[in-house]
Write a new protein. Sequence first.
Length: 599
Amino acid sequence: MTALDVWTPDSLRRLEPEDLPGVAARVRELLVSSVSATGGHLGSNLGVVELTIALHRAFRSPEDVILWDTGHQAYVHKMLTGRAPAFESLRELDGLSGYPSRAESPHDWVENSHAGTSLSYAAGLATAFAAGPASRHRRVVTVTGDGSLTTGMALEALNDIGDRGLDVTIVLNDNNRSYAPTTGALARHLRDSRPGVAPGVFEALGFRCLGPVDGHDLGALEKVLADAGAERGPLLVHVRTQKGRGYQPALDDRTEHMHGVGPFDAGTGRQYVLPRGRVPAGSVLGPCLVELAAEDPDLVVITPAMGGPSGLDVFQERYPDRLLDVGIAEQHAAGLAAGLAMAGRHPVLSIHSSFLNRAQDQLLFDIGLHRLPVVVVVDRAGITGGDGASHHGLGDFALLRQIPGMAIATPSTAAEMRGLLRAAMRHPGPVAIRYGKAIDDPVPPQGDDPAAGPDDDLTAWQVDPAPGGILVIGAGDLLPCATEVAARLRAAGVPAGSANARWIEPLDARLPALAREHRMVGVVEDHWSRGGLGAAVREYLADEDVDTPVRVFAVAHHYLPHGSVPDLRAACGLTPDRITVDLLARWTALTAGGGSLPG
């Protein structure tokens, strides 16, 4: 990093056209070097380098609004608005966010990281600007790409913008991909559009269309964006880009073009492996579903554009007609699952925890109300790390447990995940299985069956009690933390046992009796404190008139920033050290005098 790498929109506009290819090349170098160290979204940003340079020369940010949809393609925008020197801290705790961040820069208007939202923001901003001084013409530009236009919300906003003739420019970053190739009729329509022939669907909605234009031709981009800046009313600029542009390992990755990556070797593009004993959860899910599909011809898997990240490539290779990728359309995906179940099929809906919120109405009424046997596998649950507030899976249990009749499981190991999937497929009603991005896969003792898992009893926990002492309940990714706490308490002379709450809804029917046998209960979970496992345990015990004190260790009810998983857990107090110290203090107070506990 040198002083020459500190770009701003003003400095870019002062450059001569012949200087711009050098800027683009240097930006790509910085993208690869920084993301290789921190992980992040690489392929999309490599594809928008020239487009971002042209945007900041054609428009005057932040007076003109530039929105990014999805926000993961805004790395270059950040570099060109003075933040290139901070990229060594990308996605780290207290470092640079991997998405637009209002706290970082006035050039970042919204912290949008879920697809399809920018057009609604744009409609609101344009409506407000239209009511301002007539002499102040402020453009609202939204760079929409990576499959965002397949979302229902985006189509709703298109309809409104066109109907009201709002002064919004949509720059369609058409790389034919979200994570993998974009699916659906709209994507096919865009692929088939010829130069000089406007995509009819947008014209029908009231948009004037420009392009398609080569998204890597700086001269062509500057001309079309200058033309767009002089226009009024709804406008679409169709730009075709290449995901992974300029970095051969990304181009060679035919599946995702290194869309979202962990730290990797910049020379080869090879990602570093997880620590021994940990595996990507998708590497367990995919093969298990293949095995189940071989036994059940009615099993169908649905994904809203997350097949690769969820580990479903192996399933698609084996059963291409039984994997339905509906694009970034979570509501439709859940409704589709309901219809399949009504017709006697056995749908598995694979969805990331942070995107589950989008399908809540369908989960609650289309699936839950009809008591349909849909299995929802919820990936990326809990604290997920560098992608920040909108990508942590901290509210899924609270959403799911409000659905009457929904059983919810949370495996702590790969073997348990396989067993829970089998149990879920045999259950007559809806089941959700939540798990993190990676999962423990310890080498089993000789003679153990690595595919062994829990039976069909949806309330069965694994419990190692310590009557008269402390029972530490853990679930999923934090079960090892809970068992370690129990071991440390025993080493300190405190009777302590542990419980694996692998089914968290319904709770184990033995819980009231277990709580009465112990003098204190601790609950360790990777979820917000409100609506989580600890809250459910407290409610259940209160309903059963059990007054054993319950101490909950969870994520406080606020938006958690980006950072590594260990750093964030430490910041939340979710470490064996912190929890053990807390429980020891409470145990001492409980046993020393009168049974009162510290607040």
